[in-house]
Design a protein around this ligand. Structure first.
Ligand code: KG4
Ligand code: ZN
Length: 336
C-alpha cells in the first residue's frame, strides 16, 4: 500500500441505484463529476433492479475513464478509491464495489466504503461555504426521509424519520397517478410552478416527535382522482398544474413543519437540506424563508450535488481517508 497523504487524490464511484457516476477529488476540490443516468427504466414507471445492474456493468468503465480524463490524471496518480457501499440495490452496489476493489488491488491502494446517506449530507462540505457543527440536515431522497443532527463530518444521529414512504416516493407516486413518466419528482415540481397550491386541500399527516408519514397522502390523492375522473374524465388533464402544485405544497409544508420544530427545540443555528428532493424549487425557496424567519444560516447544495452523484462520495471519501477509515478486501462488498 502507498503511504497515506495529507492531500489525497481520490477516485469516487457511485452505483447505488440507476445512475453510474464517477468523480475525482484532490484535497477537497472536485476536479471531475461525471454522471450517466439510465433512461430505460422510464418505460416501466420505476427502476428495474436487474436492468440497472447490467447497465452499470456497461457504463462503469467509460464513466471512470471520462472522470480521470476530465481531471487530467491517470489511475497511477490515485491514493484511494471511494465507493458507495450502501444502502441501495444489491446488484447495482455490487458492480461499483467490485470495480473499486479490482482497481484498488491492481494499483495497490486502499478502498473506502461510503454510506450513501452520509454522502448526501457530505455534499455540504464541497466548496468554500460549509455549515458549522452541529447542524441539522433534512435528508430527502427517493428512498429516505430523515432529520439528522450532524455533530461532525461523519458523525450524525437520526432524530426523525418517515414511518412509511419517503418524500421522493410521494412525488414519484403522485406523478405515476397523473400519468407522468418516471422519475416524476422533477416533472411534478416543474408543472407545479404554474399551478395554484391551494386549489385542492390535501391532508397533512400528523405524526408524533419529528417523524413523517406520506402513505396517507398518496391514498387520499388516489381516492380524490378516482372520484373526480368518474365525474369528469378529463379532470387530470385540465387540472394538471393545480394538482401538482397542491401536492407539492402539502409535501413541502409537511417536511418543513417537523424540521422547524426540531431545529427550534434543539436550538440549532445552521440548517441544511440534502438528497434528490432538495432539488425541489419550492423546498429550496421555503427553506431559505425558514432560515430567514429564525435567523438561521441555511445551506443548500448546488443542483448537481443534490441528486445521486459521485462528488458527494468523493468528499465523504476525503474525510474518511483523513480519519484512516479504509476497507479490508475481506469486508462484505455492500451494506444495505
Ligand atoms: O437522492 P436521489 O437522487 O436518489 C436516491 O438516493 O433516492 O433522489 C431521487 C429522488 C426521486 O424520488 C426524484 O423524483 C426526487 O428525488 N427528485 C425530486 C426533484 N428532483 C429529484 N423531487 C421533487 N422535486 C424535484 N425537483
Ligand atoms: Zn441518493
Amino acid at each position: 500500500m502507498t503511504q497515506k497523504q495529507d492531500t489525497p487524490i481520490i477516485l469516487a464511484i457511485e452505483s447505488s441505484c440507476d445512475d453510474t457516476a464517477a468523480a475525482v477529488i484532490v484535497n477537497r476540490k472536485i476536479l471531475a463529476n461525471i454522471v450517466s443516468s439510465q433512461t430505460m427504466h422510464e418505460q416501466y414507471g420505476g427502476v428495474i433492479p436487474e436492468l440497472a445492474g447490467r447497465a452499470h456493468q456497461q457504463y462503469i468503465l467509460p464513466v471512470v475513464e471520462k472522470a480521470l480524463e476530465t481531471a487530467g490524471i491517470t489511475s497511477s496518480d490515485l491514493d484511494a478509491i471511494a465507493y458507495t457501499r450502501g444502502p441501495g440495490l444489491m446488484g447495482s452496489l455490487l458492480v461499483g464495489s467490485q470495480f473499486a476493489k479490482g482497481m484498488s488491488m491492481g494499483l495497490g491502494i486502499p478502498t473506502i466504503g461510503i454510506n450513501h446517506l452520509q454522502a448526501h449530507v457530505a455534499a455540504h462540505y464541497i466548496g468554500e461555504r460549509t455549515p458549522e457543527f452541529p447542524f441539522l440536515c433534512l435528508l430527502v431522497s427517493g428512498g429516505h426521509t430523515q432529520i439528522l443532527l450532524v455533530n461532525n463530518y461523519l458523525d450524525m444521529r437520526i432524530i426523525g424519520s418517515t414511518i412509511d414512504d419517503a418524500a421522493g416516493e410521494a412525488f414519484d407516486k403522485t406523478a405515476k397517478m397523473l400519468g407522468l413518466p418516471y422519475p416524476g419528482g422533477p416533472l411534478v415540481d416543474q408543472l407545479a410552478e404554474d399551478g395554484n397550491p391551494l386549489a385542492f386541500p390535501f391532508p397533512k399527516s400528523n405524526v408524533g416527535g419529528y417523524d413523517y408519514s406520506f402513505s396517507g397522502l398518496k391514498t387520499s390523492l388516489l381516492y380524490f382522482l378516482q372520484k373526480q375522473t368518474a365525474l369528469h374524465p378529463e379532470f387530470i388533464q385540465t387540472n394538471m398544474n393545480d394538482i401538482c402544485a397542491s401536492m407539492r405544497h402539502t409535501i413541502i409544508k409537511t417536511l418543513l413543519s417537523q424540521f422547524e420544530k426540531a431545529a427550534l427545540d434543539l436550538k440549532i443555528r445552521h440548517i441544511g437540506i440534502a438528497g434528490g428532493v432538495s432539488a425541489n424549487r419550492l423546498l429550496r425557496r421555503s427553506f431559505e424563508a425558514l432560515g430567514k424567519k429564525h435567523g438561521m444560516e441555511t445551506y443548500i447544495p448546488a443542483f448537481e450535488y443534490c441528486t445521486d452523484n459521485a462528488a458527494m462520495i468523493a468528499i465523504a471519501g476525503h474525510h474518511q481517508y483523513l480519519q484512516g477509515k479504509f476497507n479490508s478486501l475481506n469486508d462484505l462488498p455492500f451494506a444495505r
